[in-house]
Design a protein around this ligand. Structure first.
Ligand code: GDP
Length: 357
């Protein structure tokens, strides 16, 4: 799926850089354009991307701190410059735009939903949010910001792919020291999804197509992505089990929004050497997904790659039941209530977070 990536804020920029690098390193050419936008000059300087500084007149390159309302305001103030820069990077071949942001901060949290809304007005191709939720141990301001941002993002975007910052963190890895490793994992998984319609090492009937990713994400609200990989066996029959067990692991322990147990739609992409991808395994895994997630609409396709591992990538659109999302919303509401105690002005906060799903 030929995609344009727009990173907003610090996390958005870093994840966009990691995704673009992953795509280029593997020669997929699915990322056709990328851009980083921030109100903090110093965060932009370290990125190997084209950049736009916003809010120069208001915050003078110093960022918005954790103030996501100011983040939204500086995006609105400089929206023409931002749209101009995106226009130059969105060629006719682009099939989707991803707006990438950490939802707990200021610039990305406030700016991403404003940008998505503007892009929806201009482009006919789908505009997706790629939103990073704060981890459990992050402070209450992050939780409140993310709750507010998420609600608007879900409303404006064609779909919002959520990644919980705790989900793909290794045990013992602290969040700050682990960002680079987490970003690598995000880049690999989302990068494979984006590249999956761009099969480079072979074509065949069962090869997944961009339209299947787009149809899985059409109008679904929240989406999550699962991933697991294992060595392929030289024995074809054994690969039936490799495919089914990696698919089960992708859902049970590899989701970007863990503990998702029901979804409207699913897409299973099995990546690996064409002769190792077991048809029977893919069919069994698909029907397992239908039962497990209580959905009748699970698409499937191959992603032929010259590698000795088999990987299952499971995209779930329309997350209907997720303990992790419920937990997060509860944390956001709780933090909003605490904030309300300290600050009467924020009495609206609870309403903005309620009724999210
Ligand atoms: P902004 O620059 O004001 O938009 O704020 P940030 O992008 O720093 O957003 C803060 C949120 O993003 C927090 O929840 C952080 O945990 C998270 N975050 C910051 N940097 C990274 C990163 O490089 N990777 C990931 N996965 N999360 C990050």
């Amino acid at each position: 799926m030929k995609s344009v990536l727009i990173g907003v804020g610090q996390a958005g920029g870093k994840v966009t850089a990691a995704l673009s690098d992953f795509d280029a390193r593997h020669g997929f050419d699915a990322v056709t354009g990328s851009l980083a936008i921030n109100s903090a000059r110093s965060d932009l300087q370290s990125l190997p991307l084209d950049t736009v500084l916003i809010g120069g007149a208001t915050v003078n390159g110093h960022g918005v701190g954790g103030d996501n309302e100011l983040g939204a305001e500086v995006m609105r103030d400089d929206i023409q410059e931002v749209l101009g820069a995106i226009d130059g990077r969105t060629t006719a071949e682009a099939e989707a735009i991803f707006v990438v942001a950490g939802l707990g901060g200021g610039t990305g949290s406030g700016g991403a939903p404003v940008l998505v809304e503007e892009l929806q007005r201009i482009y006919d191709i789908p505009v997706y949010g790629l939103g990073i939720l704060p981890g459990r141990d992050e402070g209450s301001l992050y939780q409140v910001n993310a709750g507010r941002s998420l609600k608007t993002l879900i409303r404006e975007a064609d779909a919002t792919l959520l990644i919980d910052n705790d989900a793909w963190r290794s045990s013992g890895e602290s969040l700050e020291s682990g960002y680079e490793a987490i970003n690598e994992r995000i880049a690999r998984r989302v990068g494979l999804l984006v590249a999956s319609g761009e099969a480079v090492d072979g074509v065949g009937e069962s090869v997944v197509d961009s339209s299947e990713v787009i149809n899985t994400l059409r109008g679904v609200g929240v989406a999550t992505l699962g991933f697991a990989a294992a060595d392929a066996s030289s024995d074809t029959a054994a690969n039936v089990n490799v495919v089914t067990s990696t698919t089960r692991r992708a859902v049970r322990s590899g989701l970007s929004l863990p503990d998702t147990t029901r979804a409207e739609r699913g897409l299973l992409v099995v990546a690996g050497r064409p002769d190792a991808i077991s048809r029977k395994g893919v069919e069994k895994a698909r029907s397992w997904l239908e039962t497990e997630l209580e959905t009748m609409e699970v698409r499937g396709g191959d992603f032929p790659l010259r590698q000795d591992r088999l990987a299952s990538l499971v995209l779930l659109g329309g997350v209907a039941d997720s303990d992790r999302l419920d937990d997060f919303l509860e944390r956001a509401r709780e933090a909003a209530r605490e904030k309300e105690d300290d600050d009467d002005e924020s009495s609206l906060v609870d309403d903005r977070i309620d009724g999210l799903l």
